[in-house]
Design a protein around this ligand. Structure first.
Ligand code: SF4
Ligand code: SF4
Length: 155
């Protein structure tokens, strides 16, 4: 049973979660650029990012039952694609422990210049990084090798 440190009350029985509670992780595949930082820093070894068998993209998998709610993934994610929610409903049956997952799929797209499969950059992420995404929208369709050349040509 958890305790509200500020009010000295138990969490159970509340209608609303406590503000600032470190609860269940949520993943937004639209913002993820597959940098794998979260996988690297994860204290609970709860995150895996693996290429799909058919090579069409990357599977993001997070096992809630091994998450330690440390918040390192949220802290270090450069694009705000992963965060702790205030949802504390994480109890589950023993038989479901390996199925209690947060999943995502990052579909590769072909580079507009060389055709190499690449992790796309969403308009949502461009807007987050640059505000007005129109000026840099063309960069989202280029792989990391073609992007610098395009930037130089535009400049
Ligand atoms: S909160 Fe910590 S343990 Fe949980 S997924 Fe993020 S880095 Fe891993
Ligand atoms: S969730 Fe964030 S830290 Fe993890 S791979 Fe995606 S962009 Fe990188």
């Amino acid at each position: 049973m958890g305790t509200d440190m500020k009010e000295g009350k138990t969490i159970s029985g509340r209608d609303k979660p406590l503000r600032g509670l470190r609860g269940k992780i949520q993943f937004n595949q639209q913002l993820c650029v597959a940098c794998r930082t979260c996988e690297h820093v994860c204290a609970g070894n709860a995150i895996r990012i693996v290429e799909a068998r058919n090579g069409s993209g990357l599977n993001f998998i997070l096992w809630h039952n091994t998450c330690a709610f440390c918040g390192l993934c949220e802290h270090y994610c450069p694009t705000k694609a992963i965060h702790l929610t205030e949802d504390y409903h994480t109890t589950h049956l023993q038989e479901d422990k390996y199925n209690f997952l947060e999943r995502g799929f990052i579909q590769y797209v072909p580079c507009a210049c060389c055709g190499k499969p690449m992790v796309p950059v969403s308009r949502e992420l461009l807007a987050l990084a640059y505000g007005d995404a129109e000026d840099v929208a063309h960069l989202a369709r280029l792989c990391e090798k073609c992007r610098p050349g395009s930037t130089l040509r535009k400049g």
